[in-house]
Design a protein around this ligand. Structure first.
Ligand SMILES: [Zn+2]
Length: 188
């Protein structure tokens, strides 16, 4: 009895997480990895879900998931948005405190998927026009857990959460505390 209750709860959670991933326009491959559902079940879920979905039209993305960490560091806005998302993931328990490459193999899971969906929903409510898609959020989480290129850090002045290049030599500073860029010809 207990076993079937557990199984029911797990299947229910699997379904709920898959629906949230679909709402966030995750790729089928990502949904499969994080929920363990087969492609066929995801397709059926997609069809039945889209039929009843009252919100804006969902896009079904194909092709490869994001793979370039430079995306998160390219501009001030990208750095700020990814730092906000990472700190929400950290606060809500989706992201460990430091790099944990030994967890990479078990990273995609129902429990963490639920936490990630929660963090991403809060992030989207704070930044409705965000440049970070859910697929990028999955990639950011993975990159920070891997910790070989990007790591979480803090501004040396105000302690705001920052994401930095692991090999960066300078003490990190957020865009609010950073001194204005020196203008050519202006002596300071
Ligand atoms: Zn600062």
């Amino acid at each position: 009895m207990r076993v079937s209750d557990d199984r029911y709860t797990r299947d229910r959670l699997r379904f709920d997480i898959a629906v949230q991933f679909i709402q966030h326009e995750a790729r089928t491959r990502t949904i499969r990895a994080w929920t363990g559902l087969s492609d066929d079940r995801i397709r059926k879920l997609y069809r039945s879900y889209l039929r009843d979905w009252p919100g804006p039209r969902l896009t079904r993305h194909r092709g490869k998931s994001p793979q370039q960490v430079a995306f998160f560091m390219r501009t001030d806005r990208a750095r700020q948005e990814s730092a906000l998302l990472a700190s929400l993931c950290r606060l809500l328990g989706a992201l460990p405190a430091g790099p944990a490459p030994e967890q990479l193999g078990t990273l995609p899971s129902l429990g963490r998927g639920e936490l990630l969906c929660h963090a991403f929903a809060v992030y989207r409510s704070l930044v409705p026009q965000s440049m970070i898609s859910f697929e990028h959020a999955v990639f950011l989480l993975t990159a920070l857990v891997r910790g070989d290129e990007l790591v979480l850090s803090a501004c040396r002045e105000c302690s705001a959460v920052l994401i930095i290049d692991r090999w960066s030599l300078r003490a990190p500073c957020c865009s609010v505390c950073a001194p204005p860029a020196r203008q050519p010809g202006v002596s300071l």
